[in-house]
Design a protein around this ligand. Structure first.
Ligand code: ADP
Length: 213
């Protein structure tokens, strides 16, 4: 499958992507994970991206397109991919369309995860992330077996820098302003599956049904 996952921060894109990759060997491509990795490793990209990320602002489109142009041409993408957190702006969506045509790759569709704002706020303030493998936990509903330690890789599980209340609120505003218009964009392309659901199982079932239709 070749899908775009759209949805506000905390809508469940990452969780759904992980469930889908387990089904058919397609890869999850999270621009957020790639950028956090670059910040952690102190690369040029990381240095350029860090301040934007910490404030909950978007990283400039040209940096993101550079990452994705390279990433989408790697071999593991041939068996399918789930774009998680990209595209995030109309210019990114336009450039992605042009890039996919150029490298001769066809998307199945874009999925919008539509989750109420109160659910999102609750999820983001209680979310914890593994600094090693990016696994996602929740202090209320899915804590790691040992507090602060990842079940999967043993690295630290922490609250992200951009998961303070101020940064979360900014990320949601940025989403509404810059990313929400993509719902219309993909709807006009006749490529949108919109799902109003808070359960990842329900979301995955709806995606499967559409892929098989
Ligand atoms: P979220 O939980 O907000 O969906 P991500 O992990 O996708 O978080 O992204 C974290 C941060 O990385 C964003 O707030 C932004 O600064 C940056 N980022 C990730 N993807 C993009 C993108 N496609 N365009 C611009 N900035 C991005």
């Amino acid at each position: 499958m070749k899908l775009i996952l759209l949805g506000a921060p905390g809508a469940g894109k990452g969780t759904v992507a992980k469930m889908l990759t387990a089904m058919d060997g397609s890869v999850q491509i999270s621009t957020g994970d790639i950028l956090r990795g670059a910040v952690k490793d102190g690369t040029e990209l990381g240095k350029k991206a860090e301040a934007f990320m910490k404030a909950g602002d978007l990283v400039p489109d040209d940096l993101i397109m550079g990452i994705m142009e390279e990433r989408l041409q790697q071999d593991d993408c041939k068996s399918g991919f789930l774009l998680d957190g990209f595209p995030r702006t109309i210019p990114q969506a336009n450039e992605l369309k042009e890039l996919l045509t150029r490298i001769n790759v066809e998307l199945d569709f874009a999925v919008e995860l539509d989750v109420p704002r109160d659910v999102i706020l609750d999820r983001l303030t209680t979310r914890r992330t593994c600094v090693g493998c990016g696994a996602i936990y929740n202090v209320k509903s899915m804590p790691p077996k040992v507090e602060g330690v990842c079940d999967k890789c043993g690295a630290d599980v922490v609250q992200r820098d951009d998961e303070t209340e101020a940064a979360i609120s900014n990320r949601l505003d940025v989403y509404n302003e810059k990313t929400a218009p993509l719902v219309d964009f993909y709807s006009k392309e006749d490529m949108l599956l919109s799902i109003t659901a808070t359960s990842s199982d329900v979301v995955v079932a709806a995606i499967k049904e559409k892929l098989e239709a």
